[in-house]
Design a protein around this ligand. Structure first.
Ligand SMILES: Nc1nc(=O)c2c([nH]1)NC[C@@H]1CN(c3ccc(C(=O)N[C@@H](CCC(=O)O)C(=O)O)cc3)C=[N+]21
Length: 284
Protein backbone atom coordinates (compact mmCIF):
# COMPACT_ATOMS: atom_id res chain seq x y z
CA UNK A 1 0.00 0.00 0.00
CA UNK A 2 1.12 3.53 -0.54
CA UNK A 3 -0.57 6.23 1.46
CA UNK A 4 -2.71 9.05 0.15
CA UNK A 5 -1.56 12.45 1.36
CA UNK A 6 -3.91 14.12 3.82
CA UNK A 7 -3.31 17.58 2.41
CA UNK A 8 -3.51 20.02 5.33
CA UNK A 9 -2.68 23.00 3.18
CA UNK A 10 -5.53 22.35 0.74
CA UNK A 11 -8.06 21.49 3.45
CA UNK A 12 -7.01 24.55 5.49
CA UNK A 13 -7.30 26.82 2.44
CA UNK A 14 -10.79 25.47 1.71
CA UNK A 15 -11.82 26.09 5.34
CA UNK A 16 -10.47 29.65 5.18
CA UNK A 17 -12.34 30.21 1.90
CA UNK A 18 -15.63 29.11 3.52
CA UNK A 19 -14.97 31.36 6.52
CA UNK A 20 -14.27 34.31 4.24
CA UNK A 21 -17.69 33.77 2.66
CA UNK A 22 -19.40 33.64 6.04
CA UNK A 23 -17.63 36.84 7.10
CA UNK A 24 -18.84 38.73 4.07
CA UNK A 25 -22.43 37.50 4.63
CA UNK A 26 -22.22 38.58 8.28
CA UNK A 27 -20.79 41.98 7.56
CA UNK A 28 -23.39 42.57 4.80
CA UNK A 29 -26.06 41.73 7.40
CA UNK A 30 -24.74 44.51 9.64
CA UNK A 31 -22.96 42.24 12.11
CA UNK A 32 -19.45 42.88 13.41
CA UNK A 33 -16.26 42.01 11.56
CA UNK A 34 -14.59 39.27 13.63
CA UNK A 35 -11.49 40.51 15.43
CA UNK A 36 -8.49 38.49 16.63
CA UNK A 37 -5.82 39.85 18.97
CA UNK A 38 -2.44 38.11 18.71
CA UNK A 39 0.00 38.77 21.53
CA UNK A 40 3.66 37.85 21.03
CA UNK A 41 6.10 38.37 23.91
CA UNK A 42 9.80 38.15 23.07
CA UNK A 43 11.56 37.10 19.89
CA UNK A 44 11.48 33.27 19.71
CA UNK A 45 12.10 32.64 15.97
CA UNK A 46 9.63 29.72 15.66
CA UNK A 47 6.93 31.79 17.40
CA UNK A 48 7.57 34.64 14.98
CA UNK A 49 6.88 32.31 12.00
CA UNK A 50 3.68 30.92 13.55
CA UNK A 51 2.38 34.35 14.51
CA UNK A 52 3.10 35.65 11.02
CA UNK A 53 1.05 32.77 9.57
CA UNK A 54 -1.85 33.55 11.93
CA UNK A 55 -1.87 37.24 11.06
CA UNK A 56 -1.72 36.39 7.34
CA UNK A 57 -4.72 34.06 7.73
CA UNK A 58 -6.63 36.91 9.44
CA UNK A 59 -6.06 39.08 6.39
CA UNK A 60 -7.16 36.32 4.01
CA UNK A 61 -10.58 36.02 5.66
CA UNK A 62 -11.03 39.78 6.21
CA UNK A 63 -10.88 39.60 10.00
CA UNK A 64 -9.62 42.55 11.94
CA UNK A 65 -6.30 41.69 13.53
CA UNK A 66 -4.88 43.45 16.56
CA UNK A 67 -1.15 42.85 16.81
CA UNK A 68 0.93 43.17 19.97
CA UNK A 69 4.68 42.53 19.70
CA UNK A 70 6.08 43.06 23.16
CA UNK A 71 9.64 42.86 24.48
CA UNK A 72 10.68 39.74 26.42
CA UNK A 73 11.11 41.87 29.56
CA UNK A 74 7.47 43.07 29.59
CA UNK A 75 6.31 43.02 33.24
CA UNK A 76 3.63 40.48 34.07
CA UNK A 77 1.35 43.28 35.33
CA UNK A 78 1.43 44.93 31.89
CA UNK A 79 0.30 41.68 30.29
CA UNK A 80 -2.60 41.31 32.73
CA UNK A 81 -3.59 44.90 31.97
CA UNK A 82 -3.48 44.17 28.23
CA UNK A 83 -5.63 41.03 28.63
CA UNK A 84 -8.14 42.99 30.73
CA UNK A 85 -8.36 45.66 28.03
CA UNK A 86 -8.83 43.09 25.26
CA UNK A 87 -11.45 41.24 27.33
CA UNK A 88 -13.57 44.39 27.45
CA UNK A 89 -12.92 45.54 23.87
CA UNK A 90 -16.07 44.74 21.85
CA UNK A 91 -14.08 44.74 18.57
CA UNK A 92 -12.04 41.75 19.82
CA UNK A 93 -13.69 38.29 19.66
CA UNK A 94 -10.55 36.20 20.05
CA UNK A 95 -7.37 36.58 22.10
CA UNK A 96 -4.29 34.49 21.47
CA UNK A 97 -1.20 34.72 23.66
CA UNK A 98 1.55 32.91 21.80
CA UNK A 99 3.36 30.25 23.83
CA UNK A 100 6.00 29.72 25.10
CA UNK A 101 6.19 32.86 27.23
CA UNK A 102 9.41 34.11 28.85
CA UNK A 103 10.18 32.29 32.12
CA UNK A 104 9.29 35.20 34.46
CA UNK A 105 5.67 35.02 33.32
CA UNK A 106 3.18 32.54 34.78
CA UNK A 107 1.60 31.35 31.54
CA UNK A 108 -1.22 29.41 33.23
CA UNK A 109 -2.37 32.43 35.23
CA UNK A 110 -2.20 34.69 32.18
CA UNK A 111 -4.20 32.28 29.98
CA UNK A 112 -6.81 31.89 32.72
CA UNK A 113 -7.18 35.69 32.80
CA UNK A 114 -8.60 35.60 29.24
CA UNK A 115 -12.40 35.70 29.01
CA UNK A 116 -13.18 32.02 28.19
CA UNK A 117 -15.56 33.26 25.46
CA UNK A 118 -12.54 34.89 23.75
CA UNK A 119 -10.09 32.04 24.44
CA UNK A 120 -9.85 30.90 20.81
CA UNK A 121 -6.88 28.64 21.66
CA UNK A 122 -9.20 26.65 23.95
CA UNK A 123 -6.53 26.64 26.67
CA UNK A 124 -8.51 28.25 29.53
CA UNK A 125 -9.33 25.77 32.31
CA UNK A 126 -13.04 26.43 31.71
CA UNK A 127 -12.73 25.43 28.05
CA UNK A 128 -10.70 22.32 28.85
CA UNK A 129 -13.45 21.42 31.32
CA UNK A 130 -16.09 22.01 28.64
CA UNK A 131 -14.27 19.66 26.30
CA UNK A 132 -14.07 16.92 28.95
CA UNK A 133 -17.75 17.29 29.83
CA UNK A 134 -18.93 17.77 26.22
CA UNK A 135 -20.33 21.18 27.04
CA UNK A 136 -20.35 24.19 24.74
CA UNK A 137 -16.96 25.86 24.58
CA UNK A 138 -13.96 26.66 22.42
CA UNK A 139 -11.84 23.61 21.60
CA UNK A 140 -8.02 23.49 21.30
CA UNK A 141 -7.06 24.22 17.69
CA UNK A 142 -4.58 21.47 16.88
CA UNK A 143 -6.73 18.52 18.04
CA UNK A 144 -9.84 20.09 16.51
CA UNK A 145 -7.97 20.61 13.23
CA UNK A 146 -6.92 16.95 13.26
CA UNK A 147 -10.58 15.92 13.61
CA UNK A 148 -11.32 18.05 10.52
CA UNK A 149 -8.51 16.28 8.66
CA UNK A 150 -9.88 12.87 9.67
CA UNK A 151 -13.29 13.86 8.29
CA UNK A 152 -11.55 14.28 4.91
CA UNK A 153 -10.44 10.64 4.72
CA UNK A 154 -12.64 7.84 3.40
CA UNK A 155 -12.50 6.07 6.79
CA UNK A 156 -14.91 6.24 9.72
CA UNK A 157 -13.46 7.40 13.03
CA UNK A 158 -15.98 5.68 15.31
CA UNK A 159 -14.90 2.28 16.59
CA UNK A 160 -11.27 2.63 15.50
CA UNK A 161 -8.35 2.10 17.85
CA UNK A 162 -6.60 5.48 18.09
CA UNK A 163 -3.12 5.56 19.57
CA UNK A 164 -1.89 8.99 20.63
CA UNK A 165 1.82 9.40 21.32
CA UNK A 166 2.41 12.42 23.55
CA UNK A 167 0.28 13.79 26.40
CA UNK A 168 0.96 17.55 26.42
CA UNK A 169 -1.66 19.93 27.84
CA UNK A 170 -2.37 21.62 24.51
CA UNK A 171 -2.03 18.81 22.00
CA UNK A 172 -1.68 15.18 23.11
CA UNK A 173 -4.15 15.13 26.00
CA UNK A 174 -6.98 17.06 24.30
CA UNK A 175 -6.31 14.98 21.14
CA UNK A 176 -7.00 11.78 23.08
CA UNK A 177 -10.22 13.33 24.40
CA UNK A 178 -11.41 14.41 20.95
CA UNK A 179 -10.84 10.90 19.62
CA UNK A 180 -12.50 9.31 22.65
CA UNK A 181 -15.54 11.58 22.25
CA UNK A 182 -15.66 10.69 18.54
CA UNK A 183 -16.05 7.03 19.46
CA UNK A 184 -12.51 5.69 19.24
CA UNK A 185 -10.94 3.25 21.63
CA UNK A 186 -7.97 5.32 22.73
CA UNK A 187 -4.51 4.55 24.02
CA UNK A 188 -2.20 7.33 25.17
CA UNK A 189 1.54 6.66 25.09
CA UNK A 190 4.21 8.73 26.84
CA UNK A 191 7.77 8.55 28.07
CA UNK A 192 6.96 5.86 30.64
CA UNK A 193 5.23 3.63 28.09
CA UNK A 194 6.90 0.25 27.76
CA UNK A 195 6.92 -1.18 24.24
CA UNK A 196 5.94 1.90 22.21
CA UNK A 197 6.36 -0.09 18.95
CA UNK A 198 3.83 -2.65 20.22
CA UNK A 199 1.17 0.02 20.84
CA UNK A 200 1.88 1.88 17.59
CA UNK A 201 1.41 -1.42 15.72
CA UNK A 202 -2.17 -1.63 17.09
CA UNK A 203 -3.22 1.80 15.83
CA UNK A 204 -5.89 2.20 13.16
CA UNK A 205 -5.41 5.93 13.71
CA UNK A 206 -1.96 7.00 14.91
CA UNK A 207 -1.37 10.54 16.15
CA UNK A 208 2.16 11.54 17.13
CA UNK A 209 2.85 14.78 18.99
CA UNK A 210 6.20 14.56 20.75
CA UNK A 211 8.73 16.72 18.90
CA UNK A 212 11.42 14.13 18.21
CA UNK A 213 12.40 13.49 14.59
CA UNK A 214 12.24 9.84 13.56
CA UNK A 215 10.69 8.72 16.86
CA UNK A 216 8.16 6.49 15.10
CA UNK A 217 9.65 4.00 12.64
CA UNK A 218 7.82 3.20 9.43
CA UNK A 219 7.91 -0.55 10.06
CA UNK A 220 5.90 -0.14 13.29
CA UNK A 221 2.86 1.13 11.40
CA UNK A 222 -0.11 -1.22 10.94
CA UNK A 223 -0.81 -1.64 7.21
CA UNK A 224 -3.70 0.64 6.23
CA UNK A 225 -3.45 2.90 9.29
CA UNK A 226 -4.09 6.65 9.18
CA UNK A 227 -0.96 8.50 10.33
CA UNK A 228 -1.24 12.05 11.72
CA UNK A 229 2.16 13.62 12.41
CA UNK A 230 1.94 16.71 14.63
CA UNK A 231 5.69 17.02 15.26
CA UNK A 232 7.52 19.97 13.75
CA UNK A 233 11.29 19.58 13.98
CA UNK A 234 13.82 21.81 12.27
CA UNK A 235 16.94 19.85 11.27
CA UNK A 236 20.46 21.32 11.08
CA UNK A 237 20.14 21.64 7.29
CA UNK A 238 17.13 23.93 7.84
CA UNK A 239 14.51 21.42 6.64
CA UNK A 240 11.33 20.65 8.61
CA UNK A 241 10.38 17.08 9.51
CA UNK A 242 7.76 15.45 11.73
CA UNK A 243 8.13 12.74 14.37
CA UNK A 244 7.36 9.86 11.98
CA UNK A 245 9.73 8.42 9.36
CA UNK A 246 7.67 9.71 6.48
CA UNK A 247 8.71 7.55 3.50
CA UNK A 248 8.68 4.24 5.36
CA UNK A 249 5.36 5.08 7.06
CA UNK A 250 3.78 6.20 3.78
CA UNK A 251 4.63 2.79 2.29
CA UNK A 252 2.29 1.13 4.83
CA UNK A 253 -0.35 3.71 5.77
CA UNK A 254 -3.62 4.44 3.96
CA UNK A 255 -3.42 8.19 4.68
CA UNK A 256 -0.60 10.33 6.07
CA UNK A 257 -0.10 14.01 6.85
CA UNK A 258 3.04 15.71 5.50
CA UNK A 259 5.29 18.09 7.46
CA UNK A 260 5.20 20.92 6.55
CA UNK A 261 1.80 21.33 4.91
CA UNK A 262 -0.16 19.08 7.26
CA UNK A 263 -1.40 19.66 10.77
CA UNK A 264 0.35 23.05 11.24
CA UNK A 265 -1.73 24.63 8.49
CA UNK A 266 -4.90 23.19 10.00
CA UNK A 267 -4.02 24.62 13.42
CA UNK A 268 -3.94 28.13 11.96
CA UNK A 269 -7.18 27.67 9.98
CA UNK A 270 -8.90 26.25 13.07
CA UNK A 271 -7.85 29.26 15.13
CA UNK A 272 -9.64 31.41 12.56
CA UNK A 273 -12.65 29.06 12.66
CA UNK A 274 -12.75 29.37 16.46
CA UNK A 275 -12.65 33.17 16.25
CA UNK A 276 -15.68 33.26 13.95
CA UNK A 277 -17.40 30.72 16.23
CA UNK A 278 -16.69 32.92 19.27
CA UNK A 279 -18.14 35.96 17.51
CA UNK A 280 -21.27 34.08 16.41
CA UNK A 281 -21.84 32.08 19.59
CA UNK A 282 -21.06 34.61 22.29
CA UNK A 283 -21.20 38.12 20.85
CA UNK A 284 -23.87 38.35 18.12
N1 LIG B 1 -1.05 30.17 22.18
C1 LIG B 1 -0.56 29.35 21.24
N2 LIG B 1 -1.40 28.81 20.34
C2 LIG B 1 -0.91 27.99 19.37
O1 LIG B 1 -1.69 27.47 18.52
C3 LIG B 1 0.50 27.74 19.31
C4 LIG B 1 1.32 28.33 20.28
N3 LIG B 1 0.76 29.12 21.23
N4 LIG B 1 2.65 28.10 20.28
C5 LIG B 1 3.28 27.28 19.28
C6 LIG B 1 2.35 26.28 18.65
C7 LIG B 1 2.78 25.81 17.27
N5 LIG B 1 1.78 26.31 16.35
C8 LIG B 1 1.86 26.27 14.97
C9 LIG B 1 1.27 27.20 14.16
C10 LIG B 1 1.44 27.21 12.79
C11 LIG B 1 2.20 26.25 12.18
C12 LIG B 1 2.39 26.31 10.72
O2 LIG B 1 1.91 27.21 10.06
N6 LIG B 1 3.10 25.36 10.14
C13 LIG B 1 3.38 25.35 8.72
C14 LIG B 1 4.72 25.99 8.38
C15 LIG B 1 5.76 25.88 9.46
C16 LIG B 1 7.07 26.57 9.18
O3 LIG B 1 7.33 26.99 8.02
O4 LIG B 1 7.89 26.67 10.13
C17 LIG B 1 3.32 23.91 8.26
O5 LIG B 1 3.42 23.00 9.09
O6 LIG B 1 3.18 23.71 7.06
C18 LIG B 1 2.79 25.29 12.96
C19 LIG B 1 2.63 25.29 14.34
C20 LIG B 1 0.83 26.96 17.04
N7 LIG B 1 1.08 26.94 18.35
Amino acid sequence: MTARILDGKRIADELLERIKGRVSVRVAAGKSQPGLAVVLVGADPASAVYVKNKRKACKEVAFRSFDYDLPAETPEADLYALIDRLNSDARVHGILVQLPLPPHIDATALINRIDPRKDVDGFHAANVGSLVLRQRGLRPCTPKGVMTLLAHTDRPVRGQHAVIVGVSNHVGRPMALELLLAGCTTTSCHKFTRDLPGFVAQADILVVAVGRPGLVKGEWIKPGAIVIDIGINRLDDGSLVGDVEFDAAAARASWITPVPGGVGRMTVATLIENTLEAAETFFD
